[in-house]
Write a protein that binds this ligand. Structure first.
Ligand code: NAD
Length: 519
């Protein structure tokens, strides 16, 4: 079982009620440096996905509480944006160390609320930590440009300034990494931040807020509200909020992009995916099959960069039986159990949805080579488990291909040539990630140039860029024009200002008005 003692200590640090008490642990709001109880009468239960036990509840913040959180952001912005960049950098240098020191506690909280395996939960924290580490390079990242002597005595230079109050809306699948894509980048640039974590997994964000406070972030620079639609609408409509970062489903992301943009805000919206792994017959078979299985079923397929679709080209179609054998060997279990490879799905509804998409594949003519629908996990009979599932002979018009499944289901298509595989990938509306497996450089080069997808792996199954680059999903997987983290993240959270200055020597003073456009 999860190490409850650790979780209790972690929860008391973030202002939750003890797990062993009769009362449900109640998630607090974080407003102006205080962890406060919500006065709402509207609460959402948090479940342990491995057991479906209710382990806590999260408030739908009231209008007054959300207003107070934005006011705190507004009030602290002038002083925070005026704080020397070296001091802001120091806070984030301390923050990255605190995250490292508490990585395991954070991972336990993630496994408890989200279900993923402990090792994977540590990876979740680690990939977010890397963004914080990169944010510490702000003194280089925020540099402007200068061009001297544009004309006599005239220089032009740019600098980047924070926008003001920014906000983030996060999904359930990476409880630490995705909030860490958001507020550290924004705040190190001098913005203040309003965060709304996923109502299903708020614990990691609350813990991260406490650590940021311990690192020295002044009260009110980061504020956290909870809720669903009302909180999202509040963020999209509030006039003080200048920019919104969203990660989640297309349904929510399109809506937030449109509503936020209509209200004059900058919005970046990272959304759903259908990532294809194209397997060439010249690939290293053992390596490729292992990578494919890991990337399809790891995190129970609940990653936006999961390789959920395989396109086997030519002779590689014969590798299917071995693919199935490898997938069969994965151990499905609660995320905190030793040796677990695949944890539960986030909710009963998610399990139902995934199973009905598998059903649809069977009805529409796909071959069910591995069926995880009826899996039973000993000791966790009430959990939301679906075992690794493989549907082969899938065609592009099938529902299981058109919809993002977001579960441990690999759909397999065949193609006779690389060109045919590229055509399949490019006809799919999503453009988040893809990978090609090959030992031929020319094949790899052709694929990376012609596949119309934002993030491409060559013999790398989940090509999520490290934070010195940016997360560059495209087409239906992204709305906006500036991506998350890396240089793009800095651009998103700053306003470019251009200054043209002329310092003339006295004897060069104009003797009459210059009425002609300067050239
Ligand atoms: P979700 O859209 O249900 O929830 C995300 C956030 O939006 C939550 O904070 C939620 O409260 C809010 N929300 C949910 N429905 C809403 C609605 N109808 N209107 C307004 N707000 C709403 O997403 P999820 O289920 O938490 O996450 C899974 C999805 O996120 C998948 O589609 C996955 O591909 C995507 N995702 C994308 C990326 C990426 O970088 N492209 C990364 C992670 C997850």
């Amino acid at each position: 079982m999860l190490q409850v003692g650790r979780i209790v200590r972690a929860c008391s640090r973030i202002g939750r009620v003890n797990y062993s008490s009769a009362a449900l642990p109640q998630t607090k709001l974080f407003i102006n440096g205080q962890f406060v109880d919500s006065e709402t009468s509207d609460w959402i239960d948090i479940h342990n996905p491995a057991t479906n036990e209710v382990i806590g509840r999260v408030p739908q913040a009231t209008q007054g509480e959300m207003e107070a959180a934005v006011r705190a952001c507004e009030r602290t912005f002038p002083a925070w944006s005026d704080t020397s960049i070296l001091n802001r950098q120091q806070i984030f240098l301390r923050y990255q160390q605190l995250i490292k020191d508490h990585l395991k506690e954070l991972a336990h909280l993630i496994t408890l609320e989200q279900g993923k395996t402990l090792a994977d939960a540590e990876g979740d924290v680690f990939r977010g930590l890397q963004v914080v580490e990169h944010a510490c390079s702000v003194t280089s990242l925020m540099l402007g440009e200068t061009l001297p002597s544009l004309t006599k005595d005239m220089d032009t230079y740019t600098f980047r300034l924070p926008l003001g109050v920014c906000a983030g809306i996060a999904p359930f699948n990476f409880p630490a990494m995705i909030p860490l894509w958001m507020f550290p980048m924004a705040m190190v640039c001098g913005n203040t931040y309003l965060m709304k974590p996923s109502e299903r997994v708020p614990g990691a964000t609350m813990f991260l807020a406490r650590l940021l406070q311990d690192a020295g972030a002044p009260d009110g620079t980061l504020n956290i509200i909870h809720g669903q639609h009302a909180a999202v609408n509040f963020i999209c409509d509030h006039p003080a909020i200048r920019a919104i970062s969203f990660v989640g489903s297309n349904q929510a992301g399109e809506y937030i992009y449109e509503r936020g943009s209509r209200n004059g805000k900058r919005v970046q919206s990272n959304m759903g995916a259908k990532n294809h792994g194209v397997v060439m017959p010249d690939a290293n078979k053992e390596n490729t099959l292992n990578q494919l299985v890991g990337a399809a079923f790891g995190a129970a397929g609940q990653r936006c960069m999961a390789l959920s679709t395989a396109v086997l080209v030519g002779e590689a179609k014969k590798w299917l039986p071995e693919l199935v054998e490898k997938a069969k060997k994965l151990r499905v279990n609660a995320g905190d159990q030793p040796g677990a490879d695949v944890g539960p799905l986030i909710s009963k509804e998610a399990k139902q949805r995934v199973c009905s998409l598998i059903d649809s594949g069977v009805k529409e003519g796909a071959a069910l080579l591995l069926d995880g629908r009826n899996i039973k996990v000993k000791g966790y009979e009430n959990g939301n488990f679906v075992g690794p599932t493989i549907l082969a002979g899938v065609k592009p018009d099938m529902t299981c291909y058109k919809e993002e499944i977001f579960g441990p289901v690999l759909v397999v298509l065949g193609a006779d040539t690389l060109d045919e595989a590229i055509d399949i990938v490019n006809k799919n509306p999503y453009g988040n990630g893809t990978a090609i497996f090959t030992t031929n450089g020319a094949t790899a080069r052709k694929y990376t140039h012609l596949a119309d997808v934002g993030q491409i792996g060559v013999n790398v199954p989940i090509p999520v860029p490290l934070p010195m680059f940016s997360f560059t999903g495209s087409r239906a997987s992204f709305r906006g024009d500036t991506n998350f983290y890396g240089k793009q993240g800095i651009y998103f959270y700053t306003q470019l200002k251009t200054v043209t200055s002329q310092w003339k020597e006295e004897d060069a003073t104009l003797t009459s008005p210059a009425v002609v456009m300067p050239t």
